[in-house]
Design a protein around this ligand. Structure first.
Ligand code: HEC
Length: 396
């Protein structure tokens, strides 16, 4: 880390003359969004934009079916509209999904469709795309399609409350519970989390990060809406220029937890606000062909990607889709300073022989990947350009 002491600087140096505009979302001006709904007329004034979501291939789960389904997954084009009234920001996602999957509370084999949106808390360094990273937190809003649930105390334990009094009336209690749920339950499984990496997810139960969320399935398409304040206890997006990232779960493909489709960080620009983004979301453009060579020489011993499978399974993250859900700045950082963000979710059960990191007495994780900051600038830029090409095709 001597040669490139500071990543922002490194990006600055590397990007001279090689900047490409990355995808961004414009938030169109609107009036009072505090009561907007998914079907509201107001959405007509926002232009449809599209963002591609890629299947997460960094880690794998123990469930073989999921691994198989995930390997067959294509990328998905999602239509996104955005509105802002200066105080609130609203997003409307629309994506194709041939099957409406709704998770029922009494089933552990069916999974619900869902979507999530994440916002960075720190605006000077990009958080890790999967739920943030240490010192770079995110606020995550999640909605899943579920059957009716009823949890007046927020503890998801109504069944136990109804049932606890007397084991002998179990049947009757169960019926009573189900009737009650059918009558007054709702289908809005919504959560908001603060996270600094997957290990440190905390659900926010007070109203400090309130959002209105809504999901609706119609003729083969899901729509999902979220509306929230630009400024809150944890976030300040009032500059009007900030990164956002999205995720989708497809219940039919047994998507759950980290098994999902992910966008990279994309920039939101609120109409009428001139603020400059503090995070570099620009893409580097280098010579991907040369980058491919650099990659084979330096990286293929540990990482699998596309048809290159010389490394043992999951000795290191599979990079087959890394270009789809990562930004150039993250990729460059991963190469020159691997321990800056240590990828979470490493599956010790499935791959006990290849630890991805070591942990010191203070609990700080260091990556087993060596730094490649000794590579010259051209090799680094070319490498990043090649990594950006690693992604599966979009579903037709
Ligand atoms: C000695 C094995 C090893 C070598 C060689 C290696 N890596 Fe890694 N790499 C890892 C491990 C282990 C991780 C996961 C821990 C972490 O986050 O650093 C990782 C993480 C990454 C990540 C983050 C992945 C994600 O899903 O976010 C990227 C990108 C990456 N490596 C790229 C490279 C590139 C490019 C090279 C070659 C210049 C390379 N690696 C060489 C072991 C290696």
């Amino acid at each position: 880390m001597k040669k490139i002491a500071n990543l922002a600087l490194a990006l600055g140096v590397l990007s001279v003359g090689s900047l490409m505009a990355d995808a961004s979302i414009k938030a169109y001006k609107a009036e009072n969004l505090s009561t907007i709904t998914l079907d509201a007329k107001a959405w007509q004034s926002a232009k449809e934009q599209s963002i591609i979501f890629y299947p997460q291939t960094t880690i794998e789960m123990n469930d073989i079916d999921v691994v198989k389904l995930n390997a067959e997954n294509k990328a998905k084009k999602v239509s996104i509209k955005s509105l802002s009234d200066g105080e609130n920001i609203a997003f409307l996602l629309k994506w194709q999904d041939g099957t409406k999957s709704v998770q029922e509370s009494d089933s552990s084999t069916s999974y619900g469709d869902g979507f999530a949106v994440q916002f960075p808390i720190t605006l000077d360094k990009l958080p890790y795309i999967g739920m943030g990273s240490e010192g770079r937190g995110v606020v995550v809003h999640l909605q899943k399609a579920t059957g009716k649930t009823y949890e007046p105390n927020g503890n998801q334990d109504v069944f136990h409350q109804v049932n606890a009094s007397n084991q002998n009336v179990y049947e009757a209690d169960a019926k009573k519970y189900k009737d009650e749920v059918a009558k007054i339950g709702n289908t809005d499984y919504q959560r908001v989390y603060l996270a600094e990496g997957f290990r440190s997810m905390t659900q926010i139960r007070d109203s400090s990060e309130n959002a209105m969320m809504e999901m609706k399935y119609d003729k083969g398409f899901w729509s999902g809406m979220i509306v929230r304040k630009l400024k809150s206890e944890n976030l300040d997006l009032s500059l009007g220029h900030f990164p956002i990232a999205f995720a989708l779960w497809d219940g039919e493909k047994k998507n759950r937890d980290g098994m999902k489709l992910l966008s990279s960080w994309v920039e939101v620009k609120v109409e009428g606000k001139g603020g400059k983004s503090l995070i570099a979301l620009e893409e580097l453009s280098g010579d991907a062909k040369n980058g491919e060579k650099v990659m084979l020489e330096n990286c293929a011993a540990c990482h699998q990607y596309k048809e290159v499978k010389t490394a043992p399974n999951f000795m290191a993250p599979n990079l087959s889709n890394i270009g789809g859900y990562s930004n150039s700045s993250y990729l460059l950082e991963s190469i020159v300073d691997p321990s800056a963000v240590v990828v979470p979710g490493y599956n010790t059960t499935a791959h006990p022989n290849f630890p991805w990191y070591s942990v010191d007495d203070k609990g700080i994780r260091s990556s087993t990947m060596p730094s490649f900051s000794h590579l010259d600038e051209k090799s680094l830029t070319d490498l990043v350009a090649y990594l950006k090409t690693l992604k599966v095709e979009v579903q037709k």
